[in-house]
Design a protein around this ligand. Structure first.
Ligand code: UD2
Ligand code: MN
Length: 580
């Protein structure tokens, strides 16, 4: 055997060995790459949870900040900042102008630090490096200067540079001088990273967001209200599910920023998860995530599915949002757009996930400081209910529409405009039925808000004796009911007696005890009640107490009294209310 052939054999063996090695390494890398998720929980050994996870996976990275900022000053670490006594006037003035204490905000650094409210686990997730480039879109109408700019600064400070394409500010025709005159100059320091466009007339937040989506340059768009502060490493966890599946819209967990002190604090604890649902009057609600959903995940910090969302803060693939027609452009100013988008996404083949590792603070205002402008003046009836009607007429099945009209009887008479385009879109995208959505996605809604029995009577409830109407006075429950001049607008005077004996006013219920006739919270999960109305005698009977609602002739106090069918102070007439 020649030296040549010995060498050749050895070389062949080495080559074969190398090949096997390469295959093994490749196999290892591939097997560790979580193909479903495209990202990976990379906990230190001491914190590993159920499964051993690889240390390093190609193409993934952990975007946690290298060092924790530590600063002192007003409002730092997200602590409450209390103004001095002699500043109370400024505080009150800005509360009434903006619905929040902008005077307090003005004293807090635009770059302040806040509390990291995430689950510990969140620091250990790795995400793909090549996440889609993102435009953060912030629409605003007459927001406080420092509040708006702290939103911008927080995004710049806490977002990995390579994925933040731009921040796009869209001014919905603000009339505050500083916003009109100084904002362009202020933004110059960011060298084009922050763009500002302005509406030439008031459009309302819904259309303004659709415009923002049209004009954005990023692959993914993220909407934020103009009074937010994003938390540590908030963006990668929002983008990862979209990177995996472009038809997933993601929603961060919203923390609270106090409107008086700007204290940053979580609304819920860290490890109990909530998700967005609704009641039949289309009020947005949150419900603890059902076990059926929680169980589909391996780790508590992983995203979970949600039927809907609050509306303000979310991420979505830009082209996908536009393919869905953005928001229905017939929706005006404020409200209902969160449901429209949610039903559209779920019923037409996409999904919504809430992301525990992404947290964003939002200032919940004391009241809404702006009016709806010219857009509302042309309309008869409440604009928000008109929006709801468009949405339910497009997306609900017949059975569920009835629940909405039972809960909101005046909505039948509202002019919702033309929804042909919306119905065509639903057809074109071959969207599933609302029943499918209720059974497969929003399966926890009916536990909380069961099917509504029809109303036997609804409208204002007029006293035969004095001609005035039952009224909640807009008080929060528990509170005493009263009587007031009948105004015919419904609202706090619109009572519904259903076939199971419940009297409802809006989402609340009428009950009675020794103190009198009261507005109360309805018992979740029930639609029955103690009341019956006698068409012949016009009395309202409480069946358990076997007494009737009576008005005190002198004090006007409402209470239960032994029934006396001939007493005008116990006689009540339901009168239907129509929108004005
Ligand atoms: C919630 C949502 C909000 C929106 C709304 C329903 C959260 C935290 N907030 O109410 O984003 O979905 O429900 O529609 O989920 N704005 C305009 N033009 C207007 C009115 C408002 O640009 O005509 C801006 C406003 O400056 C703010 C954003 O739209 O940046 C949202 O308005 P909001 O903060 O008054 O709504 P909010 O939080 O009460
Ligand atoms: Mn808001």
């Amino acid at each position: 055997m020649g030296v040549q052939s010995i060498l050749g054999r050895r070389q062949r063996t080495i080559r074969a060995f190398c090949l096997v090695l390469v295959v093994l390494v490749l196999f290892y890398l591939l097997s560790t790459y979580d193909k479903d998720k495209g990202y990976n929980l990379n906990l230190p050994i001491s914190q590993k949870l159920h499964s051993e996870r690889p240390k390093l996976v190609k193409g993934l990275g952990n975007f946690e900040p290298k060092e924790i900022e530590d600063r002192d000053g007003p409002g730092e670490k997200g602590l409450a900042h209390n103004l001095r006594h002699d500043q109370q006037n400024d505080a009150d003035q800005s509360e009434s102008e903006y619905g929040m204490n902008v005077a307090c905000s003005d004293e807090i650094s635009l770059d302040r630090t806040i509390l990291d409210t995430r689950l510990q686990e969140c620091k250990h997730w790795d995400y793909p490096y090549n996440l889609p480039s993102t435009s953060v879109i912030i629409v605003f109408h007459n927001e406080g200067w420092s509040v708006l700019l702290r939103t911008v600064h927080s995004v710049l400070n806490r977002t990995p540079k390579h994925i933040l394409k731009e921040i796009l500010l869209v001014d919905d025709f603000s009339d505050k001088e500083k916003l009109k005159n100084d904002l362009d100059d202020y933004l110059e320091q960011f060298n084009g990273k922050v763009r500002l466009i302005r509406n030439t007339q008031r459009e309302g937040l819904i259309r303004t967001r659709s415009r923002g989506a049209q004009e954005a340059h990023g692959e993914v768009i993220v909407f934020l209200d103009a009074h937010c502060e994003v938390n540590t490493n908030w963006l990668p966890p929002l983008l990862a599910p979209i990177y995996r599946d472009r038809k997933i819209m993601t929603v961060p967990i919203i923390d609270g920023i106090d409107h008086k002190t700007f204290q940053y604090k979580p609304v819920y604890g860290q490890d109990r998860h909530f998700r967005g649902i609704f009641e039949w009057g289309m009020l947005y609600k949150e419900n603890e995530v059902p076990r059926r959903e929680l169980k589909t995940r391996e780790h508590n910090s992983e995203p979970y599915k949600s039927p809907t969302h609050a509306g303000g803060l979310f991420a979505i693939d830009r082209k996908y949002f536009l393919e869905l027609g953005a928001y229905d452009s017939g929706l005006l100013v404020w409200g209902g757009e969160n449901f429209e988008l949610s039903f559209k996404i779920w019923q037409c083949g996409g999904g919504i996930e809430w992301v525990p590792c992404s947290r964003v603070g939002h200032v919940y205002r004391s009241f809404m400081p702006y009016n709806f402008g010219k857009l509302a003046q042309k309309k008869k009836g409440p604009l928000i209910t008109i929006n709801y009607k468009r949405v339910i007429e497009t997306w609900f099945d017949e059975k569920y529409k009835q629940f909405f009209y039972t809960r909101e009887p005046t909505a039948r008479f509202l002019d919702m405009g033309d929804i042909t385009e919306q119905l065509e879109l639903k057809d074109r995208l071959k969207c599933k039925s609302f029943s499918w959505y209720m059974e497969n996605v929003a399966y926890d809604v009916l536990d909380q808000f069961p099917e509504l029995p029809p109303n036997l009577h609804s409208g204002e409830v007029r006293s035969v004796a004095v001609g005035k109407c039952l009224d909640t006075l807009g008080h929060a429950p528990p509170s005493l009911m009263a009587i007031q001049h009948c105004h015919g607008f419904g609202n706090n005077q619109l009572m519904r007696l259903n076939a199971k004996g419940q009297i409802g006013v809006g989402e609340r219920c009428v009950e009675a005890d020794a103190q009198g006739v009261k507005l109360a919270f309805c018992r979740l999960g029930t639609v029955d009640g103690p009341w019956s109305y006698d068409d012949a005698t016009h009395t309202l009977l409480h069946r358990t107490h076997k007494k009737c609602i009576a008005l005190h002739p002198q004090t006007s106090h409402l209470s239960l009294m032994p029934c006396d069918v001939n007493n005008a102070y116990q006689q009540w007439i339901f009168k239907e209310v129509r929108p004005k």
